[in-house]
Design a protein around this ligand. Structure first.
Ligand SMILES: Cc1cc2nc3c(=O)[nH]c(=O)nc-3n(C[C@H](O)[C@H](O)[C@H](O)COP(=O)(O)OP(=O)(O)OC[C@H]3O[C@@H](n4cnc5c(N)ncnc54)[C@H](O)[C@@H]3O)c2cc1C
Ligand SMILES: *[C@@H]1O[C@H](CO)[C@@H](O)[C@H](O)[C@H]1NC(C)=O
Ligand SMILES: *[C@@H]1O[C@H](CO)[C@@H](O)[C@H](O)[C@H]1NC(C)=O
Length: 422
């Protein structure tokens, strides 16, 4: 039986960005939830995330934005630079004037810690060291599930917010596996003071030169630190291979340093300042489009990376996860006999899948833009993202991406269903 009233209780599997945000959004709507997180409370995955207005509108709606704004670095555009330090393009990642919010970069741990503090203040339970291993029964009225630590639990509705390798997804879509996009990003962190940055050179920047693209992205509120790195084609490894590479910081360092003299001086200065011990990488995996984000009983719903992990070149992974949960929370709070979960969730999924497809198209164009010169030259027109004229001035070519208010969208779907029922 599809739910025809807001659920009495929601079990959220995964206390990452999507899961924690969902718990806060549900709380505001008087829906109680419990979060189950595989890792321990103080786990630090490291790194930072860039968030655009579409996501910041969501974080604002649950009270997170104002608590993290001062811990983050604000910016508007990502500048594309050529080998001669000239600006060739600007990509708006945010703009208070155009889209209501500046973009921000924030350390993931600081963002999650703030969200966890908010859960504590609201007495929303979160169980750490609780790795879901199986769904023991799905429907018709309840879902039962079990954890590696022996714990078992049940709820009328389960949300799989457990990331790209989602166990929840595996219980009803066992064939859906992450697919490697053929690229990896190799990165590190450097002190800005060590770089030779030309006068008037605007950061964050993507520097385009013969070997491809090199990122220079300030982080920490004062921008004293830079996340740096480049993206390249790389053959897929198995999980033991990736693990070994993650530990082999010297190898990652040597890979990053390859063809150093083909880069402009500002990049060379970043390479000279790069500490070996901060080396990391990101292998670009994505989840192929899924037929459904809901289980047959409609009592298990996937959100965030579990539903649609995407490669990072348009920087929308987390941003899209926030959109999912904002819309879903509002939808759940408005369930009624006229707008039952199966129909409401179908609207949600169709809208969300359409957006993900558009983001993937944009990601592909951005990926092409970051290829080495020789490869870019072979691509047909339109394959490479370029819209200098459109994002400048009063443009706002990315309004389709940054403008939607996902709570409002969800309210519209519910109204449409109610009208159709009468
Ligand atoms: C290096 C890096 C940089 C990135 N930068 C950006 C960026 O700048 N902007 C952007 O938009 N996106 C970025 N992303 C992508 C972004 O991190 C993801 O899209 C986002 O974290 C997805 O959120 P999520 O909550 O769906 O999944 P996750 O954040 O992966 O959270 C999943 C959670 O579920 C838990 N979990 C997993 N399995 C289980 C289980 N069986 N039981 C219980 N819990 C479980 C995990 O421990 C984790 O806490 C970046 C990703 C990486 C790797
Ligand atoms: C939640 O419940 C409180 C107290 O009963 C009520 O004042 C508030 O309006 C409710 N909020 C929503 C969104 O239903
Ligand atoms: C370095 O340059 C050589 C010669 O141009 C090229 O074959 C190789 O792919 C380059 N490596 C990287 C990582 O760009």
């Amino acid at each position: 039986m599809a739910l025809t009233t807001p659920p009495a209780q929601v079990a959220i599997i995964g206390g990452g960005l999507a899961g924690l945000t969902l718990a806060l959004a549900l709380y505001d709507l008087n829906i109680s939830s419990t979060v189950y997180e595989a890792r321990s409370e103080d786990f630090d995955q490291g790194g930072g995330v860039m968030l655009s207005p579409n996501a910041l509108r969501v974080l604002d709606s649950v009270g997170v934005y104002k608590r993290v704004r001062d811990k983050s670095l604000q910016f508007d555009v990502l500048t594309f630079k050529d080998g001669q330090d000239q600006t060739t393009d600007e990509y708006y990642f945010g703009s208070e004037k155009l889209y209501g919010y500046h973009a921000i970069r924030i350390m993931r741990k600081e963002l999650q810690d703030e969200m966890k503090a908010m859960l504590r203040e609201r007495h929303i339970p979160i169980h750490y060291d609780s790795k879901l291993t199986s769904i023991t029964s799905d429907g018709p009225d309840r879902v039962e599930f079990a954890f590696a630590n022996g714990q078992v639990a049940s709820a009328p509705l389960v949300i799989g917010a457990d990331g790209i390798h989602s166990t929840v997804r595996g219980t009803f879509l066992p064939e859906a596996k992450p697919i490697y996009a053929g690229f990896m990003g190799i990165n590190s962190v450097v002190q800005r003071s060590r770089l030779r940055i030309p006068d008037g050179y605007k950061l964050p920047a993507t520097v385009m030169a013969k070997p491809g693209a090199f990122l220079l992205v300030p982080q920490k509120p004062d921008g004293s630190e830079l996340f740096i790195g480049s993206q390249r084609r790389f053959p897929e490894l198995d999980s033991a291979g990736w693990e070994a590479l993650r530990k082999d910081k010297q190898k990652l360092y040597d890979m990053l340093q390859e063809n150093k003299t083909d880069w402009p001086d500002v990049v060379q200065s970043a390479l000279e300042a790069t500490p070996v011990d901060r080396m990391g990488f990101w292998a670009f995996y994505g989840i192929p489009p899924l037929a459904s984000w809901l289980s047959e009983s409609k009592r298990i719903i996937l959100v965030g990376d579990a539903a649609h992990a995407i490669p990072p070149t348009a920087g929308q992974g987390a941003n899209q996860a926030f959109e999912d949960v904002r819309a879903l929370a509002t939808l759940l709070s408005k369930l009624s006999p006229d707008a039952p979960l199966d129909k409401a969730a179908a609207q949600w999924q169709a809208y969300r899948q359409d957006r993900i497809k558009k983001v993937l198209d944009l990601t592909q164009q951005m990926n092409a833009k970051r290829l080495p010169e020789s490869e870019r030259a072979k691509l047909p027109p339109g394959a490479i993202w370029s819209d200098q004229s459109l994002t400048r001035g009063d443009g706002g070519e990315l309004r389709w991406l940054y403008d939607p208010d996902l709570a409002q969208e969800a309210e519209k779907w519910v109204q449409e269903l109610q009208q159709a029922a009468h």
